[in-house]
Design a protein around this ligand. Structure first.
Ligand code: F3S
Length: 649
């Protein structure tokens, strides 16, 4: 028998049911969970609906990092609910201002060899410390908190063999952008990425976490680094040396595919508008005028990233053409920089210091001016995510970002003519967990605070045997959860489904015509089922389960696509929406909004591995039989027919 990859070892150690064979379904025990506030309220409403008194995981943490500073009472109301429900259910509560979930979790709670499930798509950041860390919908995280195993398709593991070391001005971000250039941002469903080889030891834990963080943009299940002496040094510096163990793949581990990457040959890269997979060397596009630079997000706001920026900016001034915003990833990073003076260097150079939170990454202000270029160290640049229509957002390393801020033009940092600041990880980080609230002891009475903006957990009716539906919308490839359920200024309505659902597919609404929500509501109220038709990689991006819950509330019960991304596919099933797949992708173009869609004998037809026959009647009266497929297991089918997990509970 050949050796095992590290991912296989960790998953095998957690298997509760199923075979560890690529493509087969396994259920694994989840050791830790994390939620952020944008997904947390739903997850906890769902946990309450399940009647769970205390969470069953080794550790669960709720972070407040997404919606921290919007106008109106909705966000503080959510925070009060989350603080009280966490106290009652045995969950740590990280207060607003303590930092971004993935950065703080890495610093304070990540443990090599453990499994972590988070209701945020960038949870795989934890792979930087040797965890199998995965993003999922809030309901799956709620189930994990309830002690239920998590179901996944055992992944094919792509090995990335690193050699060499990064040259000056080339950063971890450039590594993952290069991997995105090789693997692309679609078509990687069912795979995981494992880094190995002699180059691994040249990367610190925060650098590794930058790389695993953007594994989410590859669409892979998780990305993992070994746990080695660098991991130990990081944990010791966090005062958690006892959490360390050495973890590595077997020397004869067999990978599905191996990609060789010589770190010493990499150059500064940029993901161009408007897809993280649209990658080019910075040198090829240098000189573009830039109006805004932002350094932060869960991808690039570690102490290393920001001290580098401060060292470059010290004694210099940000270009008058540029507004430079910096959001430290955690309170730990912010505090250490305030004590060592580097925060002052940033302020002196003309930076705008933002809260330790997601901030502009989730549309909380800092939209760029119309028709101008924004350069960001974030992980996503889907069109309009900045909050400015038809934005032009480039994703780069902090090194490229700071060079650009100095010159006012997209700049390859190697051309600056400045010595690259040296970096050594501190032997001791500043550890202060006073902004993480401990839960009340089990058995203590805790009042759960539920203000008027907190709604009810979503619930859905069973799917009928004869589906009489109407196509509400046809969209193309790479539709993200942001397209389906926009965040930004609307995100504050996330705890009230009827309110938030008004904005489903808002970007496809046409002026002077009925909105998607209005049309869907009419079809639902007429007793018919709403159908959404889409191309490849439907539901890329954020793990936002509202992209399933809110369409379900509007009566959407069938999604027909060429392919559906992993997390959205699970969320659709969890909320009673049937994900069907085209066998013949060319049919997509022949379907239009307003067409009638019918499936007879659905309950008998819907079997694992079996095709589903449907009938389409077009606006011109012509009819067509559709032979469709799906990837549902027997358990998924039972759930979707019952109207989702909460209805089946
Ligand atoms: Fe927050 Fe953006 Fe990361 S929203 S969790 S900083 S992807």
């Amino acid at each position: 028998m050949s050796g095992q990859t590290l991912i296989e070892k960790i998953i095998r150690a957690h298997v509760v049911e199923g075979d560890c064979v690529p493509g087969k379904e396994v259920k694994i025990r989840i050791d830790q969970t994390l939620c952020q506030d944008a997904t947390g309220t739903m997850a906890f409403l769902e946990l309450e609906a399940m009647g769970v008194d205390r969470v069953k995981t080794e550790l669960s943490v709720q972070y407040i990092d997404h919606n921290t500073s919007q106008f109106g009472p909705e966000n503080p109301n959510d925070h009060l609910y989350l603080q009280s429900v966490c106290a009652a259910k045995g969950v740590l509560y990280s207060r607003p201002g303590n930092g971004i979930c993935h950065q703080v979790h890495l610093e304070r709670y990540g443990v090599p060899g453990k499994t972590l499930l988070g209701s945020d798509s960038h949870t795989p950041t934890g792979g930087g410390i040797g965890m199998v860390a995965m993003g999922a919908g809030g309901l799956d995280v709620a189930l994990a908190m309830a002690g239920k195993p998590f179901k996944l398709s055992f992944p094919r593991v792509i090995g990335i063999r690193l050699s060499g070391a990064l040259p000056a001005w080339v950063a971890a971000k450039d590594v993952i952008l290069q991997v995105l250039a090789i693997l692309g941002s679609k078509g990687n469903v069912g795979t995981a990425v494992e880094y190995f080889g002699p180059g691994v030891k040249s990367l610190s834990v925060p650098e590794r976490a930058t790389i695993t963080n953007m594994g989410a943009e590859l669409g892979v299940t998780t990305s993992v680094f070994p746990s080695d002496e660098n991991t130990r040094a990081f944990l010791v510096a966090e005062g958690r040396g006892d959490a360390w163990q050495s973890l590595t793949a077997d020397a004869d581990a067999v990978y599905d595919r191996v990609i060789e990457l010589d770190l010493s040959q990499l150059v500064p890269m940029a993901a161009c508008p408007s897809n993280p997979g649209n990658v080019r060397p910075v040198s090829e596009i240098a000189g573009l005028p830039v109006s805004q630079v932002l350094i932060g997000s869960c991808t690039n706001s570690s102490l290393k990233d920001l001290r580098m920026a401060a060292a470059v900016l010290k004694g210099r001034q940000v270009s008058p053409a540029v507004s430079l915003g910096i959001a430290p990833g955690s309170r730990q990073v912010m505090q250490m920089m305030s004590l060592d003076g580097s925060l002052g260097d940033l302020i002196g150079a003309g930076c705008r210091i933002l809260e330790s939170a997601c901030g502009p990454c989730i549309g909380q202000g800092f939209s760029p001016a119309s028709g101008t270029i924004s350069v960001r160290t974030f992980n996503r640049n889907f069109l309009n995510r900045t909050g400015t229509k038809n934005d032009q957002c480039y994703l780069v390393s902090p090194e490229t970002a700071v060079a650009t801020a100095l010159t006012g033009k997209l700049t390859d940092p190697r051309s600056l003519g400045i010595a690259y600041p040296s970096w050594a990880m501190p032997g001791q980080f500043l550890v202060d967990d006073s902004m993480v609230l401990q839960p009340a002891p089990a058995g203590d009475a805790v009042e759960i605070v539920r203000k008027e903006t907190i709604g009810e957990p979503p619930c859905c009716s069973p799917l009928p045997d004869c589906v009489e539906g109407e196509v509400l919308l046809r969209v193309g490839d790479k539709i993200t959860t942001d397209h389906i359920m926009p965040a930004g200024t609307y995100l504050k309505y996330r705890s009230n489904i009827p309110r938030y659902a008004q904005y489903v597919f808002e970007c496809f609404n046409e002026e002077g015509k009925a909105s998607f929500a209005e049309r869907a509501g009419k079809v639902r109220d007429a007793g018919r089922i709403g159908v959404v038709v889409a191309g490849e990689s439907f539901g890329q991006g954020s793990s936002r389960e509202h992209a399933a819950i809110c369409p379900m509330h509007l009566g959407v019960r069938v999604v027909l696509a060429i392919s559906v991304e992993r997390i959205l596919a699970a969320n659709l099933v969890n909320f009673g929406i049937l994900p069907l797949l085209f066998k013949d992708a060319s049919l997509l173009e022949t379907i239009s909004a307003g067409d009638s869609f019918c499936i007879e004998n659905l309950h008998a037809q819907l079997k694992p591995g079996a095709d589903v026959q449907a009938r389409l009647r077009r606006g011109d009266g012509s009819e067509q039989q559709l032979s469709l497929t799906h990837a549902l297991s027997a358990e998924d089918i039972a759930l979707v027919l019952a109207g989702g997990r909460l209805a089946a509970n």
